[in-house]
Design a binder for this molecule. Structure first.
Ligand code: ZN
Ligand code: ZN
Length: 214
């Protein structure tokens, strides 16, 4: 689902990333992808025009604002809501949220994205918004592929080769699963590499395929 006001080309970039990752993983037709867009259920507002719980992307974002700080969403809180939502119990699914606001989590003053293995990811476009539009779009593709990679199990805790612990396990190859703490600089580098044919390295590609073969 998508926060109201996110640039449509950025939404398209994330959807393109989902297809790219599932294709590399060899499961491009096995997963059903539903774009809920700016999701609002028919009863998202009550008779006093107040938002009802769980019934719109606006509500999730507002909760992350209330639990967040000035101009930043609390990413961890938003993830917890996704984890506990009634929709998950009704129909288990991967959750992907796209926001244009800046995110932070307990350990960092900001993050461009958050992901939980086997569950979901929150992707913020915020730190790329000042870039030239084409460059911003490509960086968002790189970032989304990275977070979706985490969502699909990367980096395996059992991996011993070319691995680094930096706010979670990351790859040390020429690969989009590298950690990029310098934003946007590192992501411009990863994006250039990706456009030159280096998206997931051989090890990450292997683990991505294994994730779906179990
Ligand atoms: Zn990461
Ligand atoms: Zn890798």
């Amino acid at each position: 689902m998508v926060e109201d006001g996110v640039d449509q080309t950025h939404v398209d970039a994330v959807i393109k990333s989902i297809h790219a990752v599932t294709q590399i993983a060899g499961v491009n037709n096995a997963l059903q992808i539903n774009n809920f867009g700016v999701w609002r259920s028919h009863n998202w507002l009550n008779s006093q025009d107040q938002m009802t719980e769980w019934n719109s992307v606006d509500w999730y974002i507002e909760q992350a604002q209330v639990h967040g700080r000035h101009k930043q969403l609390h990413g961890g809180h938003l993830m917890k809501l996704l984890w506990n939502e009634p929709w998950q119990k009704m129909h288990a699914h991967y959750d992907i949220v796209i926001t244009k606001q800046d995110l932070y989590d307990e350990k960092c003053n900001f993050v461009i994205g958050l992901a939980v293995h086997r569950f979901g990811t929150i992707i913020s476009t915020n730190r790329f918004l000042n870039l030239e539009s084409e460059v911003a779009r490509e960086c968002i593709v790189t970032e989304a592929m990275h977070e979706i990679g985490h969502m699909f199990g990367l980096i395996l805790s059992t991996r011993t080769q070319c691995v680094d612990e930096s706010l979670g396990l990351h790859c040390t190859n020429k690969c989009i699963m590298r950690q990029g703490l310098s934003v946007p600089h590192d992501w411009l580098v990863f994006t250039e590499d990706r456009l030159n044919g280096f998206s997931f390295c051989d090890l990450c590609t292997r683990d991505l395929k294994r994730y779906f073969s179990k």
